[in-house]
Design a protein around this ligand. Structure first.
Ligand SMILES: [Zn+2]
Length: 535
């Protein structure tokens, strides 16, 4: 694509500003926040409790029926929709990982945000990269239009930072388990980064006392004993000195990411000149708390109060810098609460592709694994099978899965290739359409297995992982989408909209033209201060 001269961009943004009420002034800093695993049911429940950052955002335009419409409700696909205006079927980010049998390494499992071509990159110790994102982000488009604009991301997870910022980021920082790190080799390191990392290391080295639960959280404290010997439900997120896992499972983690975001705004002087800047922020603690304790206990309650407070402090810091900024907040997916608390079944371990594959190998006299993949998602046939064996193995696999009482539907590649990409209100999409929204012919499995509503995708609880998401059901799909700018009139919207609509809406806000044929989302009309382009 041709890079427009900077003059055009300056003219474009100036003309939007001069048009006054018709086209409101472009915010100088667009802050886009994704709260990992912040499902709409959490937002709805805690909304009356919020007093700080989330209360501020809830006083803007609130879509509490936002959707990550796709069936594969995982972190990487979810983050790939927010800033691209596209469904995972178009972004290519169909899951957190997939199999690429043509990969030039022994391990064919590919992490969504890696460059597996780099020697030494593996599924576990990967080289972080936006390589697999097939489309540009809004930041990528903005940089082409206005090279003086900055596209910056900071997140608790590398995949959140990568998928929200895309291919042309100026700065990208994410927690690597010990410190905030970057994959951008040439970019100068802002002075606050090493300072913040040092301060954080000292902070984590110090023990954290149990958090004092507000009365609302006390009322939720009910211990639940799990089969792995753990008890959850009435925890207070205390941390032993040097416990990095416990740090991630606490509001302190979001506080650290937001502090880093604020420091980058200051260091890089974001929002200070004519060219608008984008700051993408990925807050991951809610997801770690949800996986470790579930979403309806005292632990998540403490996280919700902490998140609200940390966001409030962040916005106050931006206010003190006198910046003209706007905020959008959403989530990459929701979650299902702990199976033992809500009384639902966990997935039968016999549904694992490995187990089903062994059964098929025995029945058909085939050597090898036959099937790869996880429970309740894409399943891949062994590419080494001869055509005739392959056909028989697939038929047998479909028969076994479809006969299982926990299986709702199985869609093959051929089934999904026939369906057009879904559009319109995502609450009305059929299960097949949800699966189609996660389908990419190159990367998806040979078939996808969707379990019945309620069945937890985790066969058994393990430490740090007792509850999860990833299903095509609305507890995993429905997320809040909040738009806020100073002076925006409060508005509660009931219409169901996909997160793919966020990017074209922000594009309208900051004056970036988007070719609607290249994305799935549409600019959301009726939001105060945002004029959507004529269709
Ligand atoms: Zn996530």
């Amino acid at each position: 694509m041709r890079i427009l001269p900077a003059l055009s961009a300056a003219f474009l943004f100036a003309s939007a500003a001069q048009a006054g009420a018709q086209a409101p002034q472009t915010p100088k800093l667009m802050v886009v926040i994704s709260v990992d695993q912040f499902g709409a049911s959490l937002f709805d429940e805690y909304r009356p409790q919020f007093t700080a950052g989330l209360a501020r955002l809830a006083s803007g335009t609130v879509f509490h029926n936002g959707y990550q419409g796709q069936a594969a409700t995982e972190t990487c696909p979810g983050h790939s929709t927010i800033m691209t205006g596209s469904l995972p079927a178009r972004t290519g980010i169909i899951a957190n990982s997939w199999y690429d049998w043509s990969a030039a390494r022994a391990d064919k499992r590919i992490y969504c945000a890696e460059d597996e071509r780099v020697p030494g990159s593996s599924y576990r110790t990967y080289t972080v990269s936006p390589l697999h994102l097939k489309v540009p982000t809004l930041g990528d488009l903005l940089k082409k239009l206005s090279p003086d604009s900055r596209n910056v991301a900071v997140a608790g997870k590398d995949r959140a930072a990568v998928m929200m910022s895309g291919h042309v980021a100026d700065q990208r920082w994410y927690w690597n388990g010990k410190a905030y790190a970057t994959d951008l080799k040439g970019a100068p390191v802002p002075p606050s980064v090493p300072v913040s990392n040092d301060r954080l290391a000292k902070f984590i080295a110090t023990a954290q006392a149990p958090l004092v639960p507000p009365p609302y959280c006390q009322s939720k404290a009910r211990p639940i004993a799990l089969s792995n010997g753990e008890t959850v439900g009435a925890g207070t997120l205390a941390r032993a000195a040097g416990d990095y896992d416990a740090f991630k499972e606490s509001p302190d983690f979001d506080g650290a990411t937001l502090a880093m975001a604020g420091a980058l705004v200051r260091d890089l002087k974001l929002g200070r000149d004519k060219a608008p800047d984008i700051l993408s922020v990925g807050l991951s603690a809610t997801d770690y708390v949800g996986h470790a304790y579930g979403s309806e206990g005292e632990e998540m309650c403490l996280q919700m109060f902490g998140l609200d407070r940390e966001l409030g402090d962040f916005f106050k810091a931006l206010d003190s810098m006198k910046l003209d900024y706007a905020v959008v907040l959403t989530a990459d997916h929701g979650v299902e609460d702990l199976a033992e608390r809500i009384g639902v079944a966990r997935a039968d371990p016999a549904l694992s592709p490995k187990t089903v594959g062994m059964e098929i190998a025995k029945a058909l006299g085939i050597q090898g694994p036959v099937l790869s993949g996880g429970i309740g998602g894409d399943v891949y046939l062994d590419p080494g099978l001869e055509a005739e064996q392959r056909a028989r193995a697939e038929a047998e696999a479909l028969r076994i899965y479809r006969a299982h009482p926990q299986v709702e539907a199985v869609f093959t590649k051929a089934d999904l290739e026939k369906i057009p990409l879904p559009a319109g209100a995502p609450d009305k999409w059929t299960l097949a359409q949800r699966a189609r929204a996660s389908f990419d012919a190159e990367r998806s499995g040979d078939f996808v297995v969707l379990l019945k509503k309620g069945v937890s995708l985790l066969s058994k609880p393990s430490e740090g992982d007792v509850a999860t998401h990833g299903s095509p059901w609305d507890y995993d799909r429905r997320v809040p989408i909040l738009f806020w700018r100073p002076g925006m009139a409060p508005q509660d919207r009931e219409d169901a909209v996909d997160t793919a609509n966020i990017m074209p809406t922000i594009a309208a806000m900051i004056g970036v033209p988007v070719d609607t044929r290249s994305i799935d989302g549409r600019c959301l009309t009726g939001i105060g201060g945002i004029s959507c382009p004529a269709p």
